[in-house]
Design a protein around this ligand. Structure first.
Ligand code: 5GP
Ligand code: MN
Length: 352
């Protein structure tokens, strides 16, 4: 973390916190485990260690499988734009410090973007995506060379005055939220695990984090629908192109008839990578006027380039996402498959 978590930046960050009364942590739209875990951990830290009025603001829902990350205090201080636009905007406008976590810029917060752009208060960024918009932040901690935003936040907190590298001085509730988010972002230690990731995990276990409970909350509480939908998607919907792209396109009708909820297909897009011949995997889920696109790739193939070139998105080198709009990018949803096949042929012909 040398060069990223520097004493100067930590001092600046701590001063910004000290100066503020009302702090709001924002994260990306459709927050995943890393987004929820890092935002909750930071908000709890600001409340417990600094005594601040801290809150989390997001555009919309997370998967209900992540509800366990929140305690009663967290639940009282979450603002969701899709539930209450005025209250969420009011919270952001009334905050004197805003921290963006697990998103590389305001645009990833979707409906919060305009308020953030109009806001003149101090802002900090803590993120691990490519292309961080550092110009919008007074202080920033950002590197793609880490497992997750949760891990990055852990090392930032460890460097804070008063914590001084002592894990047990960070509230256990924050540690557990960080462990949960790191676990989902690494797919339970399957991807982007760094020496620092294992060091953090070891220190957290020693400090009393109940990892068994976290694993059981994350991975043993799915609904039957999820497994049946995954079976259906892999058996009847997955197509494997000779170029090495596996894709699954799920229509809004299919998602609705199988009653699939937000975040419930987490992990599906990784599964086709288990085939030797597959270099990149694509999952498209039809929404209102667009497809939500998830891309995962093996080293040597850039999911980020594929998502940014053809799906209005980006993310990480091997794990990215985006959207395909209709009628803007394709005439209608029935054109999605032809679009994917043509773009995959082009992408692999160009040698990535
Ligand atoms: P997922 O496929 O799990 O939704 O997202 C994988 C990664 O891609 C995440 O790191 C996420 O932040 C990023 N990502 C997902 N959707 C978008 C998008 O629409 N735009 C950008 N820039 N990144 C995205
Ligand atoms: Mn993340």
């Amino acid at each position: 973390m040398e060069g990223i978590i520097t004493p100067d930046r930590i001092r600046l960050f701590a001063e910004m916190i000290e100066r503020a009364d009302k702090i709001t942590v924002v994260t990306h739209t459709r927050p995943d485990g890393d987004a929820v875990g890092s935002a909750v951990a930071l908000s709890c830290f600001l409340r417990s260690v600094y005594g601040k009025d801290s809150a989390v603001a997001v555009a919309n829902a997370w998967s209900s499988s992540l509800d366990f990350i929140f305690d009663d205090e967290d639940r009282k201080s979450v603002y969701r734009y899709d539930i209450d636009k005025e209250k969420t905007e009011g919270r952001l406008e009334g905050s004197d410090f805003v921290i963006c976590i697990d998103c590389n810029g305001f645009d990833r917060t979707e409906t919060l973007q305009q308020v953030l752009e109009a806001s003149v208060v101090e802002k900090a960024l803590i993120d691990h995506h490519l292309n961080p918009h550092t110009e919008d932040f007074g202080v920033w901690f950002s590197t793609p060379g880490i497992s997750s935003a949760c891990e990055l936040l852990y090392w930032v907190l460890m460097a804070m005055p008063g914590i001084d590298g002592e894990t047990s001085r960070i509230p256990v509730h924050s540690l557990e939220a960080l462990m949960a988010g790191m676990t989902t972002d690494t797919n339970n230690f399957a991807n982007s695990v760094w020496p620092s990731t294992l060091m953090m995990s070891s220190q957290m276990l020693a400090a009393g984090v109940d990892r068994d409970r976290i694993l059981s909350e994350l991975y043993n509480r799915y609904r039957e629908n999820r497994l049946r939908m995954i079976g259906y998607a892999l058996y009847t919907k997955m197509v494997v192109m000779p170029e090495g792209l596996a894709y699954i396109i799920l229509s809004a009708d299919e998602l609705e008839s199988m009653d699939i909820m937000e975040g419930e297909l987490e992990g599906l897009v990784n599964m086709p990578l288990g085939m030797d011949k597959v270099r990149m995997s694509l999952l498209m889920k039809e929404d209102d006027g667009y497809f939500r696109v998830s891309v995962r790739s093996k080293a040597g193939t850039s999911a980020n380039r594929f998502a940014s070139a053809y799906f209005n998105g980006g993310g990480h080198e091997l794990a990215s996402g985006g959207r395909l709009y209709f009628p803007r990018d394709i005439a209608d949803s029935s054109m999605a498959e032809g679009y994917v096949r043509a773009k995959a042929e082009e992408f692999f012909r160009e040698g990535r």
